[in-house]
Write a protein of this length. Structure first.
Length: 94
């Protein structure tokens, strides 16, 4: 299963792909805020993203699929990715 060191390798492979395609700015914007949390030990990888908005943008732009495809290439198995929204709200409505 995927460990933290594996995640770093996978992110480097995605970065190289984006660099070859001339999309390094998109990589920096959308992938640099993703943090590896861990796995369930079998088929799910848990990642933390900065916000719910960020999470939706990753899905909408197809970048979640990029992550899943790279995980599949790396592990030779289908991996489900669960994105967790992180961060603490900066204000609250009373």
């Amino acid at each position: 299963m995927v460990q933290n060191e594996d995640w770093e390798t996978i992110m480097n492979q995605i970065k190289e792909q984006f660099d070859r395609e001339g999309k390094i700015e998109a990589f920096t914007l959308f992938f640099s805020g993703i943090k590896y949390i861990g796995t369930d030990g079998s088929s799910t990888v848990y990642l933390e993203v900065p916000s719910a908005f960020f999470k939706e943008q990753l899905k909408r732009k197809g970048y979640l699929n990029v992550i899943q495809q790279e995980l599949k290439k790396y592990t030779n198995t289908d991996i489900f990715v669960e994105l967790k929204s992180g961060g603490v709200p900066r204000f609250s409505v009373v």
